[in-house]
Each structure stands twice: as C-alpha cells, then as structure tokens.
Write a protein that binds this ligand. Structure first.
Ligand SMILES: CC(C)(COP(=O)(O)OP(=O)(O)OC[C@H]1O[C@@H](n2cnc3c(N)ncnc32)[C@H](O)[C@@H]1OP(=O)(O)O)[C@@H](O)C(=O)NCCC(=O)NCCS
Length: 174
C-alpha cells in the first residue's frame, strides 16, 4: 500500500521553554538531559504530525552542545521530518537559547533522531513519504540515506558491506 506523500514543512514543530531553577545544573545552566527530553518530545510531535500515528524513539544521533543555555533564558526547538523510510522517520532539530532581556539568540545544537510508527498492536507500521521543497529540506532529504546507514551500522542492524550509500562516499565508482 502506497501512502499519500506529505510535505516536510507540514510537520514543523516549534517549541518554546523557559529555563527554571529545577532545569539547571550547579553552574546555573540548562542540564543536557532536560534539553534532550524536550527535544525528544518536539521530534515525536513532528513525526506524529507527519504520520498521524503514535511513534517511539528508535535512536538519537550524536548531540554536541555548542553553548550553555542559562537560567532564565528561553529555549527554542524547531523539529521537522527530513525523510521517511518504510516504518521509520528521521527528524532534524535545531536548538537556540535566547536572552529575553538583552533580546539576542545563540545556537545551542542540532541533532537527528529516528522514530518508528506503531499500529494499535504495537507493531511497526508504514509511514507516508516526505516531500522536500525548500533547498534546506532537499539537502536534509538527500543526506538521510547515508545517516540512516551509519546509525544502523552503529546500532548493529546493518553490515558495513551492505551500506552502499556510505561506501559511495569513500570509493570512486568504476
Ligand atoms: C524501535 C523499535 C520499534 C524497532 O523495532 P525492531 O523490531 O528492532 O525493528 P525492525 O527491524 O522491525 O525495524 C523497524 C524500523 O526501525 C528501524 N530501526 C531499528 N533500529 C534502529 C536504530 N537503532 N536506529 C534507527 N532506526 C532503527 C529500522 O530501520 C526499521 O525502519 P524501516 O522500516 O523504515 O526500514 C524497537 O526496537 C523498540 O520498540 N524499541 C524501543 C523504543 C522505545 O521504547 N523508545 C523509547 C526510549 S526507551
């Protein structure tokens, strides 16, 4: 069964949070774990907008925190689906901090997460394809196959020898 493709942009989720004392570490900065919790929710919401089904987090790619987000600052998370495979969906997230008094934004991090859609019996179910329209969406769409192969290898779900997209990066075509 082929599902009707849906635009990447229609999945966009913009989440805003305020960093309160209970969200911080002993340096007065937002804890990484709390930020990842919010990112997980924003990404899951983007997936559910796309596939209209419950989803579970299958994997989280590397996350590097570039700048700390301070107590009293605002956290902005943007999540958008990049590409759907069979039952899984990749989501891209951008995270910024904002000083609401001095009114400037600073980048915190970017990340990719993968979710799997489930049917009412808890079994993975097919998801609609993603239509990438903007230049940025197209770039993210094209890179998604390589990222998928890399994470499946790291997760022990794919043999490196089967990762054709990745190999093409390192070996010239004959
Ligand atoms: C994610 C989960 C549904 C995958 O189930 P599975 O039976 O191992 O997976 P399958 O081999 O049937 O594959 C299902 C999809 O998951 C994807 N997948 C599996 N492991 C993955 C990983 N480590 N990273 C990315 N995608 C993964 C597969 O590529 C497949 O996608 P596709 O259909 O688009 O090709 C299952 O492992 C699970 O329920 N995990 C717990 C999820 C959870 O509780 N998350 C919250 C954090 S605790």
């Amino acid at each position: 069964m082929t599902l009707t493709p849906k635009k990447a942009h229609d999945s966009l989720v913009q989440m805003t949070e305020l960093v309160l004392p209970n969200d911080t570490n002993t340096f007065g900065n937002l804890m990484g774990g709390r930020l990842m919790y919010w990112m997980d929710i924003a990404a899951a919401l983007a997936c559910m907008k796309h596939c209209a089904a419950p989803v579970v987090t299958a994997s989280v790619d590397n996350i590097s925190f570039e700048n700390p987000i301070k107590l009293g600052n605002v956290v902005h998370i943007e999540a958008i689906v990049t590409r759907a495979f069979n039952t899984s969906i990749e989501v891209h997230m951008k995270v910024w901090g904002e000083d609401p008094v001095l009114q400037y934004r600073y980048k915190s991090n970017e990340a990719f997460m993968t979710f799997v859609a489930l049917d009412p019996n808890g079994k993975s179910r097919p998801v609609p394809p993603v239509v990438a329209e903007s230049e940025e969406e197209k770039k993210l769409f094209e890179g998604a196959l390589r990222r998928r192969q890399l994470r499946l290898i790291l997760g022990g779900k794919m043999k490196p020898a089967d990762a054709g997209e990745l190999k093409a990066l390192f070996y010239e075509q004959q």
